[in-house]
Design a protein around this ligand. Structure first.
Ligand code: URA
Length: 190
């Protein structure tokens, strides 16, 4: 059974480290769901909103502004007014020293992500980084990703009535890769 997220204590190292549990955020009727890795220590773990408050958050918010999905003009806003997009993560608690989540931590948190996917039913699922790509390939296509995220960046994958888009995480993406992300998402949203 899925324990309410507010009282989740499944991952001892994350429970000891987290400032808060970071839930998904945005428009529950969104066509686009963006899936990151885990709340960042300086960002979402502090602000409580995925992809805000740190460099990757500002880069992602700038992308949403460029796509017309945010009413903000400043990508540093930590409770952005966004529409048609839902922001979430594979893991909802900040791992110590921003380390990668373990396989057990991902497995513990995936039921929440699956429940969100079923609630939002987005037409487009955009994954940021290897962890999210691996989850989405398994969840939507029943396979492993065929390559690392650098090779998969900007590619789209039909999955029933949904489309998966695999992107490099904004923490590691070059400006050129961010431009590819914008172009790919713009095309899917029009
Ligand atoms: N903030 C998030 O919410 N997720 C990430 O993957 C990185 C920063």
């Amino acid at each position: 059974m899925l324990i309410p997220i507010e009282t989740c204590t499944r991952c001892p190292a994350l429970v000891a480290n987290r400032q808060r549990i970071v839930r998904g955020y945005g428009d529950p009727r969104a066509r686009l769901m963006v899936v990151g890795e885990a709340p960042g220590y300086r960002g979402a773990d502090r602000s409580g909103v995925p992809f805000t408050g740190d460099r990757s958050g500002r880069r992602l918010q700038a992308l949403l502004i460029a796509l017309g999905l945010s009413q903000e003009s400043d990508p540093a806003v930590e409770t952005p007014r966004i529409r048609d997009v839902w922001l979430t993560n594979v893991v909802r608690c900040n791992p110590p020293r921003n380390r990668n989540p373990t396989a057990a931590e991902v497995a513990n948190c995936v039921p929440y992500l699956r429940a969100e996917l079923e609630m939002i039913r987005p037409a487009i699922v955009a994954t940021l980084g290897n962890f999210a790509a691996r989850w989405a390939f398994g969840e939507l296509l029943g396979t492993e990703p065929p390559a690392g995220i650098r090779q998969l960046h900007g590619q789209t994958w039909p999955a029933g009535d949904q489309t998966l888009v695999t992107l490099v995480h904004p923490a590691r993406a070059s400006n050129a890769q961010m431009a590819v992300a914008e172009k790919t998402l713009r095309k899917l949203l029009t």
